[in-house]
Design a protein around this ligand. Sequence first.
Ligand SMILES: *Cc1c(COP(=O)(O)O)cnc(C)c1O
Length: 360
Amino acid sequence: MINMAKPIIGDEEKKAVLEVLDSGILAQGPRVAAFEEGFARMCGVKHAIATSSGTTALHLALLAHGIGEGDEVITSPFTFIASANSVLYVGGTPVFVDIDPRTFNMDVSKIEAAITPHTKAILPVHLYGLTCDMDAIMVIAKKHNLAVIEDACQSHAAEFKGKRAGSFGTGTFSFYPTKNMTSAEGGMITTDDDAIAEECKVIRNHGMRRRYYHDELGYNFRMTDVHAAIGNAQLGKLDTHNAKRAQNAAFYDSHLKGVTTPFVPEGYKHVYHQYTIRVPGGKRDALREYLKEREIGTEVYYPVPIHEQGFYMEMFGSHQVFPATEAAALEVLSIPVHPSLSQADLEKVANTINKFMAGK
Ligand SMILES: *Cc1c(COP(=O)(O)O)cnc(C)c1O
């Protein structure tokens, strides 16, 4: 079976974990601090704050920006549920704008029409490893005095005009096992803003500035040193692994026929968290089945747009329509692109897809 994802855990990760266990400092220790420092450097930002997951990173970033009851946050309906749920956690309302069908990211030309007096932030999602148009988003945010919280959970080290994902506004990352780098579970917030960084650290640790004095409602969103040790080892391999993903993607780009391959606009560096094709003519599900029968794993990210999820329709009604998102949900198929694929795997995937597309 050619799988969709395969975390690459080597001796370095194992050794680092054992060192933490032997050290006796299991939480909020030197490994967390080192991981934060290394990650901030990788992103090109002043501060990085480690969290227990990508979801808690999003939740914490929204809290640190003071977003709460009655506030609106503009985001994409074509993403993992956590992007929008984090807005609900703080009592806010996610306001969706449709995607650009070529990039699968928020259509920036639709953002301004969605802004109301209640809008407090834009939450762009850098889907599949490709950043949003951050020039346009930063201009709109500045003009309307909005915070920008980037969901970069799929875009470690992706670049927009030479600047890394998570370095435009407040960045949020996930280290779930299937992401481009992992800490088993874990997350990170990135920012150049001293005050936001400080607020994140305080809320992450029960609103505690002084030991056992709690000035505000906080949470336990901390990362352990065991997870940070794995994360640190993985961070060192991120460039190599991303380069291998890009190589695999280039192979598919030049070999796949009859499907739409990923579009990378000029000046963007895609890190291929997913290699997502569009399968025209209603053949997506049949192609998926055909590949499965030939031991090739695929996945649909995401079959149900967020505005069509049951509990969102209960909360916000079923009247919302986003044609580009809904069309994408019916056509997208992500195929294996992870760094452990062999040349034979790549050839098998491409040949099998081509055979199906030519034959039917
Ligand atoms: C993975 C992911 C998250 C959530 O990260 P977790 O670490 O699983 O909590 C949020 N947004 C997007 C786009 C993701 O892919």
